[in-house]
Design a protein around this ligand. Structure first.
Ligand SMILES: *Cc1c(COP(=O)(O)O)cnc(C)c1O
Length: 381
């Protein structure tokens, strides 16, 4: 039989069963698609936790400078960027691995550490890749649910860490919920980690946490636990489109094996130049984060005033119980107001929505649209 494009299954081909069975990753909706559905041109894209203020103007300058040479292969070791980060973080450059976004490093960790039958611990609701990448490696994923108070279940995490999973993925501040592990909670997690477990602390939203929140890199450095801390330029620094994140590894040997698990030229020349420029202008990032934190408090208060239950947030988004099926609410927000949010889809959390903190005008639009939905059909108490 000759295969044709209309056949669903390629004949005789056997996929890696772990990869073929993966659940899809739900990325935020594309603006062009949202325009088509809503009929509106001006779309508020509040589903991907991007920085509504853009990025430092120094990034644009760097990308227009003669030092940026797109025709050359970029440095596969990201030497300049690792040196700049090592200085900022007070670690050694050989503890650092740079990724094509921190998502690539999540994949590299899974590839480096896990084999079919390995056990991984994470939480639910969770950042999709903390589950998808271990599943791709054939690992079993155990998930600890959030508490009714919308927080980390520390007892549950301690119980599962005692069973020595191969890897534990925790994001703190927590995507999609919002809270961060405070110092005593982080110490409880660290104390519960057994030898043989790699603790991965994903701090994609570190910069948005309130002053005084623990710095995972410093706290874990003193802990003696095998660990990787992940950070990214995608969120606070506003470089989501360029794809650059990094791993701070407790041991250079972990960094060596993670490097072996990634592709050699993973971080392109534009991304390396932009990240260096962004690091040289952290004043821009801090000022932007300061404004977004104030907006976060304002929006949270407005949603609470509508009677919605909003999780505490140390991030650039809010996670709230929409009081009804979140898919329907997200659809109404898109069709009536041109707003893209993320309707959560994990079982048990189908009433929750995650909305990024946008510009003040975008946030006003979200509040007004939610108020209208609420007036038409109030949340049952
Ligand atoms: C956004 C996000 C990432 C991925 O960031 P990139 O660096 O853009 O790949 C990783 N982890 C969490 C928890 C995130 O929310």
């Amino acid at each position: 039989m000759t295969p044709s494009a209309s056949d669903n299954q390629p004949h005789g081909l056997r996929f890696n069963p772990h990869v073929a069975a993966l659940p899809p990753y739900h990325a935020g909706m594309n603006v062009a698609v949202a325009r088509g559905i809503s009929g509106q041109h001006d779309i508020a894209r509040l589903a991907s936790n991007e920085n509504p203020e853009g990025c430092s103007p120094m990034v644009m300058t760097a990308l227009a400078s003669a030092a940026y040479e797109p025709w050359r292969y970029a440095d596969p070791a990201c030497t300049a960027l690792r040196a700049a980060l090592a200085q900022k973080l007070g670690c050694e450059a050989r503890q650092l691995v740079i990724g094509n976004g921190s998502e690539e490093l999540i994949a590299a960790i899974a590839r480096a550490v896990l084999v079919p039958g390995s056990r991984v611990l994470t939480v639910v609701p969770s950042f999709g890749l903390h589950e998808i990448e271990p599943l791709a490696a054939g690992a079993e994923v155990v998930k600890v649910a959030m508490t009714p108070a919308l927080g980390f279940d520390l007892d549950g995490l301690e119980r599962e860490l005692a069973l020595a999973p191969h890897v534990a993925f925790l994001s703190s501040p927590w995507n999609p919920v919002g809270p961060a592990l405070d110092s005593s909670a982080l110490q409880r997690v660290i104390k519960a980690v057994k030898p043989g477990t790699l603790l991965v602390l994903d701090e994609a939203y570190f910069e948005f946490a309130d002053p005084g929140a623990p710095d995972g890199i410093e706290v874990l450095r003193a802990s003696g636990v095998s660990h990787v801390v992940l950070r990214t330029f995608s969120k606070a620094y506003g470089l989501a489109g360029l794809r650059v994140g990094y791993a701070v590894c407790s041991h250079p040997e972990i960094a060596r094996v993670l490097s072996a698990a990634k592709t050699p030229f993973n971080v392109n020349a534009a991304a390396q130049a932009a990240a260096l420029a962004a690091l040289a202008d952290e004043a821009w990032m801090h000022a932007s984060v300061g404004r977004l934190r104030l907006e976060r408090a304002r929006v949270a208060q407005a949603l609470c005033a509508l009677g919605l239950r909003v999780a505490p947030s140390q991030t650039n988004f809010l996670f709230f119980d929409a009081g009804k099926d979140s898919g329907g609410v997200a659809d109404t927000l898109l069709r009536q107001a041109g707003i893209i949010v993320k309707a959560w889809r994990e079982p048990g959390y189908e009433r929750f929505i995650r909305a990024t903190i946008g510009s003040p005008a975008e946030n006003d639009r979200l509040i007004a649209a939610l108020a209208q939905i609420h007036q038409a059909d109030p949340v049952a108490a």
